[in-house]
Design a protein around this ligand. Structure first.
Ligand code: FES
Length: 157
């Protein structure tokens, strides 16, 4: 047994083994296709993301994000088409404005705003998608597990 492992408490071991869960809402027309391209091009990215396909980033209600955090996600990624490319004209602009406001709300209620990330990824940007996922996972890892909105089980005694 090395000197370092002797110093490790069970909690610190858990901390180093911990991997964040990221819920990713991806627009069907661009980012989902970008994720698909990353997959078929065999571009490696962290397996921490759970992808939810949505018709447009403008479809993501802030409650979806809050519910994700409440139900155990440590971070949330919303990704849509680049500005000017939204298939519903302005869905991504609406989403961008909505998330700017949501970040203020998160800060106000004591949740690190960095847990929620927004990005533009097109259908031809498989490598960019992988990079975005890597960045989000790194940022959320640095923050540690999300505890603020997680429901605690009632003590049976
Ligand atoms: Fe992709 Fe609107 S269709 S963001």
């Amino acid at each position: 047994m090395s000197k370092n492992s002797e110093l490790q408490t069970p909690n610190s071991k858990l901390q180093t083994d911990w991997e964040p869960k990221i819920v990713a809402f991806l627009c069907n027309w661009c980012s989902y296709a970008g994720a698909d391209l990353a997959g078929i091009s065999r571009i490696q990215y962290p397996p921490n993301v759970r992808i939810i396909r949505i018709p447009c980033s403008g479809r993501v209600h802030p409650l979806f994000i809050m519910r994700s955090l409440q139900n155990g996600a440590d971070g949330v990624l919303v990704s849509g088409c680049h500005p000017g490319d939204c298939h519903y004209i302005s869905g991504n602009y609406i989403a961008r404005r909505r998330f700017a406001i949501l970040k203020n709300l998160l800060e106000y209620v004591g949740i690190e705003p960095e847990r929620v990330q927004f990005s533009w990824v097109s259908a031809s940007e498989g490598e960019k998608f992988a990079k975005v996922v890597e960045d989000v996972v790194e940022q959320v890892k640095a923050l540690g597990p999300a505890k603020r909105l997680v429901k605690r089980k009632a003590d049976p005694h």
